[in-house]
Design a protein around this ligand. Sequence first.
Ligand code: NI
Length: 173
Amino acid sequence: MNSPLLLPILCYPDPRLHTVARPVKSVDDRIRQLIPQMLATMYEAHGIGLAATQVDVHERLIVIDVSETRDQPMVLINPVIEWASPETRKGEEGCLSVPGVYDGVERSLAVRVRALDGEGVQRTIEAEGMLAVCIQHEMDHLMGKVFVEYLSPLKRTRIKSKMVKAQREAMKE
Ligand code: NI
């Protein structure tokens, strides 16, 4: 954490990750400052998406970049899923709030989402593949849901103790 732009990311099972985010009231200076901070935090952590919930800001804002080149940032403010394909697929997911854990989650193959962009302009995004999965994963965060909650209670318990142990070890260092 050597850049002042970087924000600490909450780690599962931090109870704050279960906060339901409020809509962003207006895309003002505060939000315009937060966006580059969230993007820098996501890039630094080598993530493809980050929800405001994960940096302890409980407003409906997510940043995403699924490009190989890491230069196609997307900002979704107050996102609403207008349509989700009935066809689903189980794919492996990870999360910056659950480092080192990857597991299968069933998601719609494609979604159409309405959201404001970083300038406060209304956009409609048609997404499929990795982008569609990422949008659904990040929008879950805004509802206080972490992907491990789709897994079996047994797996979740194991992940929880693994995370608590890892956090305890990190604190010792
Ligand atoms: Ni996540």
